[in-house]
Design a protein around this ligand. Structure first.
Ligand code: PLP
Length: 417
């Protein structure tokens, strides 16, 4: 366990994670661990994350069992926490980077550039030049202008054409409105690549992050096959890469998604020998592995309503409420009150509002939420906080998200795995 008063991250099972002997903590074990951190190391009552590497290892196993032919490129943007990246590297994952800085981060772990896809369809020229200089030779595109930039700055780069496949209409974050070539744009783009002398290795799509409708994978894979066919008609070198993007979650719906992918790949690509299948999962690996503990530092009673202030909010980790359309859930840990049972099981509950720390009223984490009577210096614990949380936090009002979940653990992890 590694800790400091202001930055704290707990690595569980690091020594054995590569051998995959580590298992996720049971709920009681996680609660006990959080309790011991609060009592033993939290003199300043700073918010902190617990990262359970056992969860990550079990998800890597689950992926490998359910999608054995699909090579995962972990989407760094989802959570670039160094310990998470370190364990993904140790477990053999590749990486999806969206920018120069993300590529630098992954290369600094000693990862070969061949394990990186630069999966941003619209890239600044300076970042393309950097990718060329370090040998990251696979990227996506969906416009003529992007082809021209890549031809000029990185002519050895293999391309995947990002198509606008039908989104999962219920996805938490649809990506179709921003990216992907329309069906009628595909052939002109392929012709432009052919004329430029670049190589299109295959097709990529993303059905939307936090997808729930597994049929969207089937439709997108069918659409990708029609692009492979178009390339053949245009006498282009045979395409050989299918990138099925992200969208996966770690819940029970993952099995449906995996079945849909496997059956659609078989149906549409069984006659494409040598196909390389890749994906860019972020949320699947990160979301359930992180638990966030926040300290209550303010309280107001208004009749039967209770209002609390905690030291992380929508300008920090809970930006996921705004940007990722997340609904967060909190469980109380009452260390200063309720002397007996810190979980407050069975205690009377009140309609409660939970505010973040900044002076903006928008900074509201929970409304009309049932909580027991809590006091200043009690804690609220938020499970499943690993995806699109700290990654996009700011230091608005001087409350610094970067202070939560830090690099402390990585050097230790890398020496152990
Ligand atoms: N790949 C790309 C290009 C993305 O834009 C995203 C998310 O925005 C991802 C992968 C990760 O998606 P997810 O977290 O749904 O797996």
């Amino acid at each position: 366990m590694v800790s400091s008063p202001t930055t704290l991250q707990v690595i569980l099972g690091a020594p054995v994670v590569r051998e995959k002997k580590v298992t996720a903590l049971p709920k009681d074990g996680l609660d006990d661990l959080i309790r011991s951190i609060i009592f033993n190391t939290q003199q300043l009552n700073e918010p902190f994350y617990v990262l359970d590497l056992g969860v990550v290892a079990s998800l890597v196993d689950k992926w490998t069992r359910s999608l054995p032919t699909v090579r995962p490129f972990y989407a760094v943007k989802c959570n670039p926490d160094p310990a998470l990246l370190g364990v993904m590297e140790a477990l053999g994952a590749s990486f999806d980077c969206a920018s120069r800085a993300e590529i630098e981060t992954i290369l600094s772990l000693g990862v070969s550039p061949s394990r990186i896809i630069y999966a941003n369809p619209c890239k600044p020229e300076s970042h393309i030049k950097y990718a060329a200089s370090v040998g990251v030779n696979l990227t996506t595109f969906d416009s003529l202008e992007e082809i021209q930039k890549i031809q000029k700055h990185h002519p050895n780069c293999d391309l995947l054409i990002r198509i606008k496949a039908p989104d999962d209409g219920n996805a938490r974050c649809p990506l179709g409105p921003k990216y992907g070539a329309l069906p009628e744009e595909v052939e002109p783009l392929l012709q432009a690549v052919k004329a430029s002398g670049l190589a299109v290795a295959g097709v990529s799509f993303h059905i939307g992050s936090g997808a729930t409708n597994s049929n969207a994978y089937r439709s997108a894979i069918a659409a990708a096959k029609s692009v492979f066919d178009a390339a053949s008609r245009l006498d282009m070198p045979r395409m050989h890469v299918l990138n099925i993007g992200g969208g996966f979650t770690a819940g029970p719906e993952f099995d449906d998604a995996a079945n849909a992918v496997n059956s659609a790949v078989y149906e549409y690509f069984k006659n494409e020998p040598g196909l390389t299948l890749i994906a860019e999962p972020g949320r699947f690996f990160a979301e359930t592995a992180f638990t966030l503990a926040t300290n209550i530092f303010g309280k107001r009673v208004r009749g039967e309503v209770r209002e609390y202030w905690i030291n992380d909010g929508v300008y920090g980790s809970m930006n996921c409420i705004l940007y990722d359309h997340a609904t967060v859930m909190a469980t109380p840990f009452a260390c200063s009150s309720n002397g007996g049972d810190p979980t407050c099981d069975g205690a009377k509950t009140y309609c409660s509002t939970v505010f973040g720390p900044t002076c903006d009223a928008l900074d509201t984490v929970l409304r009309d939420y049932q909580l027991p009577e809590l006091q200043v210096n009690d804690w609220l614990v938020f499970p499943n906080m690993g995806a699109y949380t700290a990654a996009a936090g700011s230091s608005f009002n001087g409350f610094n998200t970067a202070a939560i979940g830090t690099h402390l653990a990585y050097s230790k992890l890398s020496s152990l795995v």
